[in-house]
Design a protein around this ligand. Structure first.
Ligand code: ATP
Ligand code: MN
Length: 461
């Protein structure tokens, strides 16, 4: 018989027919006559209850313990018990895999998230991680859907890069040289011309520069791939390996860029609300009673748009004591971002026109000679969720900036070429996928929204 997903059986459905399910045992209880087995197959947060004759199934029921994997065929009937409207009266039970009650780590409910991080190979079997991973999937799907529906092309930018010009963070080296005994040049430095690619290469910190090349040919593109940062930042908002969505659009100025970012985020949050109701209800009940209200609020409010200079003014006049002092020219810390969003405005904020000295070389310079056309989207709880800008499309202005910042021209000649041949005004941004999932699920630590988190000192699984 063909397996039916539990999600299908728990929808309003006719009863009385024979069904077949396969999944993992969450709990078993009962008495001498009858056993009640709660089975989950990952298709939905809820379990289905299997009712089995304890005498007829006596032998097999010994192996049906929490964590075991089973297949059950039986009759789908209306349930008289509380908490479910249907259940299965078992006709056959097959055990595919037992789970020893003395050693299975998820024997009981209510493990801490910290403990579950140590068993990341098993934590997808908990309600929390099942919910988070289903929401994560829905958001990934919605991202592709949004862009496809809006005429963007999915561009695959490289993961191994020979350019370290982006400056977004420290990079992981990619090499096949013998770490213990690398070839050396006369001056003693490692000779990377003998390395696999004939030069130094790293894991990418962003697909943006290559994304721009795509936008200046296809019009509107987006990338959605893994990015890597070797910073030693042990925060609840940073991973060493994370996924980033980077749309890049020819003929968009910073205002078009902001409009897109706002519409995109609202769409994604709305998509999760509309398609992940059960999982979000569970997460809300477990971790943040205000979660659904917050998500509904974001979907319906207008984001506040504020220039960096005004924001500094607000922060300086706030009378609030920050851990990191703030004045014009400093990069904002998440405490500042959160103050603006949560205390001052009460809605998401798009902050624009940052000092050029704290932003990357490719951002379009404003006429004041001090600021650039950057735009960061700041969210409650998370702080920065998107960083973006209008790009400098003027060849001379860009080259000047590259010289000022000491970036070797030989590293970015191909990027400069786009400004020499048919340059165009264009803009784009980067959305950190895990920050989005964090926001939507209400999880406070970014390590709990990616299946296998990579952080300093941690790559076990
Ligand atoms: P932050 O200041 O928060 O460290 P950033 O300014 O270095 O971020 P960008 O280079 O602008 O980040 O990257 C674009 C987006 O990618 C950010 O807005 C954020 O959502 C996400 N992001 C950046 N670094 C990380 C990281 N280490 N882990 C997870 N997401 C990240
Ligand atoms: Mn940023």
């Amino acid at each position: 018989m063909k397996r039916t997903e539990i999600a299908k059986l728990l929808k309003p459905i006719e009863t009385g027919m024979e069904v077949f399910i396969q999944g993992w045992v969450r709990t078993k209880r009962g008495n001498k006559q009858v056993a009640f087995i709660a089975v989950n197959d990952g298709s939905i947060i809820h379990n289905i209850q299997v009712v089995a004759d304890a005498v007829a199934f006596e032998e097999v029921l010994k192996k049906v313990t929490t964590g075991a994997c089973i297949g059950v065929s039986g009759k789908l009937v209306e349930s008289l018990g509380q908490g479910q409207h249907v259940e299965i009266q078992a006709h056959t039970i097959e055990v595919y895999g037992t789970a020893d009650a003395d050693t299975y780590p998820l024997q009981k409910k209510g493990h801490s998230l910290e403990f579950l991080r140590e068993i990341a190979h098993l934590r997808p079997r908990t309600n929390t991680f099942g919910a988070v991973l289903r929401v994560r999937h829905a958001l990934a799907f919605a991202i592709h859907k949004y862009f496809n529906d809006h005429g963007f092309y999915y561009l695959h930018t490289p993961i191994i890069t020979g350019s370290d010009a982006e400056g977004a963070g420290a990079m992981f080296r990619v090499t096949t040289l013998d770490a213990g005994n690398p070839p050396r040049k006369e001056d003693g430095h490692v000779d990377f011309s003998q390395d696999f690619f004939g030069k130094e290469t790293s894991l990418t910190v962003s697909g943006q520069l290559e994304g721009e090349l795509g936008a200046l040919a296809l019009g509107r593109i987006y990338t959605f791939g893994p990015t890597f940062r070797a910073e030693n930042s042990n925060t609840p908002r940073h991973l060493a390996e994370f996924w980033m969505i980077e749309p890049e659009m020819a003929f968009y100025d910073i205002h078009d860029n902001m409009d897109l970012a706002e519409d995109f985020l609202k769409y994604l949050i709305g998509y999760a609300l509309d398609h992940c109701a059960d999982d979000l209800a569970f997460l809300s009940q477990m971790y943040d009673k205000e979660l659904l209200n917050t998500l509904e609020m974001i979907r319906s409010v207008q984001f506040e748009r504020l220039a960096y200079t005004e924001a500094i003014d607000i922060l300086e006049k706030s009378g609030h004591t920050f851990e990191f002092p703030v004045h014009w020219g400093t990069d904002l810390q998440s405490e500042h971002e959160r103050y603006l969003v949560e205390k001052h405005v009460g809605r998401p904020v798009i902050l624009t026109d940052y000092p050029r000295d704290i932003k990357a070389f490719y951002m379009k310079q404003n006429d004041d000679g001090k600021t650039v056309r950057a735009m960061d989207v700041l969210f409650p709880r998370i702080g920065e969720i998107i960083g973006g800008s209008q790009r400098e499309e003027n060849y001379d202005a860009l080259l000047n900036r590259i010289h000022e910042m000491g970036i070797p021209e030989k590293d970015v000649w191909w990027y400069l070429d786009t400004r020499r041949f048919g340059t165009a005004p264009h803009s784009g941004f980067g959305l950190g996928f895990e920050r989005l999932v964090q926001f939507v699920t209400g999880m406070t630590n970014i390590r709990d929204v990616i299946p296998f988190p990579r952080t300093p000192q941690n790559a076990e699984f």
